[in-house]
Ligand binder design. Structure first.
Ligand SMILES: *Cc1c(COP(=O)(O)O)cnc(C)c1O
Length: 351
């Protein structure tokens, strides 16, 4: 704390990211990174872009990258906004679209960055409890609100909400924006991008960090009608005109174009997830149905905190949230086949 700080900084309670340990020999199943590397075409694109041209500023509108994303979803590029990771995109979304009188709504168990943005931008919020199966029930989102946001599949539960439920929510909530944070949608869900043309109140946010294996590069994007995109551009251009650097842009374009690699690696994660779920169930875990690249599991007897500590001793890190309703759960990212086998065999000695 310092007398030099702006007043509100003293009150901030910032987001705490999953740990990125320096030790190389740890099995990292704690931050939902993709176990497979990015497409070789992405690495090649970065090599090509690492040139004398780096002395130039990148295109402030990221036109080519937005076009590559638009092509992938077969929409117009006027529907696409890009930023330095989806966390930054989400920050602009809260600032540009959620600063209204009424509180915004999100689930009681959800991405823990949402309340942090609310504090930063002085947005009030109401948490809507998940049902007993840890699912989102859209009938509970009926209060007057300044916006609605949740991940689909939800984090950290992994549970998927059907597109028909999202449509129901959009229909009864026409006066505020509904943001679907699709960080994990490519691991088994159906994207709400297909609904964007019909619903001016829908904004879909995605990231290249998970399904395109580019967490280190920082590219996120939002898809919605141009009226919503314009608000994001206005905030972005009042903050940082060049959020996506030239290397990231080249890599992002290559990532969107290499559909075969994307499809194969997503499928490999899904196949591994199925094995992990079966293995954990055999060890006495209850595992929530996951459509993501992680599972959320609680053991019938053993305490989650003890299991996490035991795994850690053996060099495996998973995520444990010491929070109401979920203190008995572990969030375990899907790793490579070798990592997942290691997880299950160490787990076998702990429970
Ligand atoms: C990982 C994650 C993000 C952030 O992704 P970045 O693009 O790496 O900033 C956003 N929302 C959810 C729900 C996530 O899990």
């Amino acid at each position: 704390m310092s007398r030099f700080w702006s007043g509100f900084v003293k009150e901030l309670d910032p987001y705490v990211p999953g740990e990125q340990p320096k030790l190389a020999n740890l099995t990292k199943l704690n931050t939902n990174e993709n176990p497979y590397g990015p497409s070789p075409k992405v690495i090649e694109a970065i090599r090509m872009a690492a040139s004398d041209r780096l002395r130039l500023y990148p295109d402030p509108t990221s036109a080519e990258l937005r076009q590559a994303i638009a092509d992938f979803y077969q929409i117009d590029s006027a529907y696409v906004f890009v930023g330095n990771g989806s966390d930054e995109v989400l920050g602009h979304v809260f600032n540009a679209l959620f600063r209204h009188e009424a509180p915004i709504l999100f689930p009681d168990i959800s991405y823990s960055f949402y309340p942090v943005y609310c504090q930063l931008y002085q947005i009030s919020f109401d948490k809507v409890p998940l049902n007993d199966a840890f699912e989102i029930d859209v009938d509970n989102y009926s209060n007057t609100n300044g916006g609605i946001i949740f991940p689909n599949p939800n984090a950290p539960t992994g549970c998927l909400l059907a597109l028909s439920d999202i449509e129901k929510l959009l229909r009864k909530n026409t006066d505020s924006v509904v943001v679907i944070d699709e960080a994990y949608i490519d691991f088994g869900g159906e994207s709400a991008v297909s609904l964007v043309k019909d619903y001016p109140n829908l904004l879909v946010v995605q990231t290249m960090s998970k399904s395109r294996s580019l967490a280190g590069l920082r590219i996120g994007y939002a898809i919605g009608q141009p009226e919503l995109i314009e608000a994001l551009v206005r905030v972005k251009d009042s903050f940082n005109s060049y959020p996506v650097d030239s290397l990231a842009s080249a890599a992002g374009i290559a990532a969107m174009k290499d559909k075969a690699y994307f499809k194969d690696t997503c499928q490999a994660v899904i196949d591994e997830r199925n094995k992990v779920v079966t293995g954990l169930q055999e060890l006495g875990f209850d595992v929530l149905p996951s459509a993501a690249n992680f599972v959320f599991a609680s053991h019938k007897q053993a305490k989650a905190a003890d299991i996490a500590a035991g795994l850690r001793k053996e060099g495996i890190i998973v995520r444990h949230f010491n929070k109401p309703r979920i203190e008995q759960f572990l969030r375990i990212s899907i790793g490579t086949a070798t990592e997942n086998q290691q997880l299950l065999s160490v787990m076998d000695t702990l429970v």
